[in-house]
Design a binder for this molecule. Sequence first.
Ligand code: CU
Length: 170
Amino acid sequence: MFTSVRAFWGRRLLPVAALIAGVALATSAQAAGTVVNVSLWDKGMDTPMATDLGFPAAGKDLSKATMGIGVSQETVRAGETTFEVINTSTDAIHEMIVVKLKDLTQVFPYNPNESRVEEDKLDTLGEVSELEPNQTGALRLDLKPGNYLLFCNVPGHFMAGMWTIFTVTP
Ligand SMILES: [Cu+2]
């Protein structure tokens, strides 16, 4: 009697164990990181670029931005994060640089003659550089909690409003 009961449970448990193993496999594949889809957009080269919309945001009307960075989510949990980036422009090169912010009022070193942020004076974590229209690229980072800025440093684009704040929570 006992033997037959154990045999019954033994048979029942096998497929359940296989199912759990399958779930564990799927979970570890996802644990490779959060995927954030990033779109680098602009209103086309016939639209004059804004020139005074650089980060930080205080006092600026960012609805007037002529180009920008859209993200599928503005917040992720700390850990592996993969930015899948596409340049949706039809006529301009764009890029995405990632910097950890000291705070939300941080002023970046800027070279007005080149109309660019002085990247080499910043602690950049990585970038997807200079994508042609419709081109894609990816960047995987192990992110710690804090605020980050994603921005484009093609001449003029930072001041045109091509940046966004990205937050990592514990
Ligand atoms: Cu750009």
